[in-house]
Design a protein around this ligand. Structure first.
Ligand SMILES: Nc1ncnc2c1ncn2[C@@H]1O[C@H](COP(=O)(O)OP(=O)(O)OP(=O)(O)O)[C@@H](O)[C@H]1O
Ligand SMILES: [Mg+2]
Length: 510
């Protein structure tokens, strides 16, 4: 006679959760213990058997001389990851009547097992806990991640540090407490303030417009002018994250295994990506299907420093998510979708040596080397960047602080950004950069005079249809910062001034 145990676990596809039944069966009639895991399991899952054998040995539990079969169902979904260790081990202990199946069946179980029986951290505890709560189940997860599970808004959580803790809990000798929530502490995530950047008034203005309307921005200028410094301050002038945004972003970090310390991501993320990053690192995917940098920047800022140094293949990845706010990763069996709604900010020197236009410092190859350098960035990508801004070297006298002219803090700029965003959300439900199609015609209205002006400029600048619409969106944001329902000529002129990389001080012909 055999008795099949059935426990609940889950698997992720992008941020979507699918329930997996972990079925364990002991069948009699074998002289030696045998252990098989079936159900389209990958290598990490197959290695489970080895970890579990060791953990059982550490507990002084020997497998009965029976055939032990573990089936992960449904069998047509590929199972990846090591988080099936704990549900499989629990299933075995249920089959041996060491744990009560009737109780364990009320939980979603995830966790990796160490060789000594310790329950080790695993990715995805937060979305697993959210899913469990929505499906009237509790969650059993690693002890270190109990606080993370709490953020799903329920207390039906068991977070043992060791498999013995779980056994003791169910035999009543040591009840596991409900894990404590860990509040985010302000000091842990200190980034600089905009007031620390001296001078650069026009770049700061562009940064404010970018934050207000969700527009992508490219800064171009010589080394040491403060481009990286400006970019890193962008999150400090964006609105505080909403509760929903905090949860969305934290779920991505949880799946990536990057939600440390049990608190959520409550400051807008800033992801600076190095130009040697591979397309997979940026987009996500790979053998373990983890979210990439553009998804870790979801609801925050993606910073690409030294833009022309990135490979074309890497940059082209950005085109689709910049318009749709998500990335679709093709996988062998199913596509995975990760949210990727980020604010792009990029920086570059005008040429490889960085000093184009500076008679004292530039090299003898100017301006040809600058042309080759800047043309490494593809037209379609540049077309998606609304704000192109020259960032000149700061004058020495601007570097001294001046008490007569107080510099604005991030908090002061953020107030204007928040007001401008509120106008956009009430009017149309999204930021201006995401307005599209009929909504765009409905909400961005230019007078006849302004239309004629823009048409003329577009023709002279050889602007694409996309570029044309982007200027309109930018002008709308500039008017929103003025708290005006009507776009003025100066709004439109300012928007046009940010349009073209090849007309600025450092720009070259394309
Ligand atoms: N406008 C500024 N105000 C205050 N400090 C500045 C400014 N510009 C540069 N600095 C100082 O110079 C350092 C380098 O600036 P930053 O890294 O932002 O330059 P960059 O434009 O990114 O240069 P690169 O092109 O070499 O990457 C900063 O850490 C800061 O100390
Ligand atoms: Mg820099």
């Amino acid at each position: 006679m055999s008795n099949m145990i059935n426990l609940n676990s889950i698997i992720f596809n992008g941020v979507d959760v699918t329930k997996i039944d972990v079925q364990v069966q002991l069948s009699a009639g074998f002289a030696k213990p045998e252990f098989n895991i079936i159900g389209l399991a990958d290598r990490a899952v197959k290695e489970s058997a080895e970890r579990i054998r060791n953990a059982l040995a550490a507990l002084n539990i020997s497998l009965p001389a029976k055939k032990l079969t573990v089936n992960l169902s449904p069998a047509d979904i590929e199972k990846t990851g090591s988080h099936f260790d704990l549900p499989i081990l629990c299933g075995i202990l249920c089959a041996m009547e060491i744990l009560p199946e009737s109780e364990l069946g009320k939980y979603v179980i995830i966790g990796e097992i160490g060789l000594d029986g310790a329950i080790v951290r695993t990715g995805g505890v937060l979305p697993a806990s959210v899913w469990a709560n929505n499906n009237n189940l509790g969650i059993i997860c690693p002890g270190a991640q109990g606080a993370e599970a709490r953020w799903a808004g329920h207390t039906n959580i068991l977070a043992p540090n060791h498999i013995l803790d779980l056994i003791n809990h169910f035999n009543g000798s040591q009840i596991l407490p409900v894990p404590q929530m860990i509040q985010y502490s302000e000091s842990e995530n200190k980034i600089g303030d905009l007031s620390e950047v001296h001078g650069q008034e026009s770049a700061k203005r562009a940064l404010e417009i970018a934050a207000a309307g969700g527009h992508a921005m490219l800064m171009i200028g010589p080394p040491g002018s403060g481009k990286t410094m400006l970019a890193s301050r962008l999150p400090t002038i964006m609105p505080e994250m909403t509760v929903n945004e905090v949860l969305e972003t934290s779920i991505i970090y949880s799946i990536a295994g990057k939600l440390d310390g049990g608190s959520l991501i409550s400051n807008r993320p800033f992801r600076g990506v190095h130009h040697t990053a591979s397309p997979v690192a940026l987009a996500g995917g790979g053998s373990d299907a983890k979210p990439g940098e553009i998804s870790l920047a979801h609801n925050g800022v993606l910073f690409l420093d030294e833009l022309p140094e990135f490979s074309r293949a890497t940059l082209e990845i950005l085109r689709q998510p910049m318009e749709s706010g998500k990335i679709v990763i093709s996988r062998a069996k199913r596509n995975a979708v990760y949210p990727a709604h980020f604010q792009l900010i990029a920086a570059m020197n005008p040429c490889p040596c960085g000093h184009l236009g500076n008679a004292a410092l530039s090299c003898s190859r100017a301006p040809r080397c600058a042309e080759a350098y800047q043309n490494k960035i593809s037209g379609p990508l540049l077309d998606r960047i609304d704000l192109h801004v020259d960032v000149d070297a700061v004058n020495p006298w601007e570097m001294q602080s001046n008490d007569d002219k107080p510099v604005e803090t991030s908090a002061q700029v953020r107030e204007r950004v928040v007001a401008a965003r509120k106008r956009q959300l009430t009017r149309q439900g999204c930021v201006n950069a995401l307005l599209d199609g009929a909504d765009m015609d409905k909400y961005i209205v230019l007078s006849d005079e302004l239309t004629a002006f823009l048409n003329d400029a577009a023709q002279k600048m050889g602007m694409s249809a996309r570029g044309y619409n982007r200027v309109k969106r930018l002008a709308r944001t500039i008017a929103d910062l003025r708290r005006d329902d009507n776009i003025s000529m100066s709004d439109l002129a300012e928007a046009l001034s940010y349009r073209s990389i090849n007309r600025g001080k450092y720009g070259v012909k394309r």
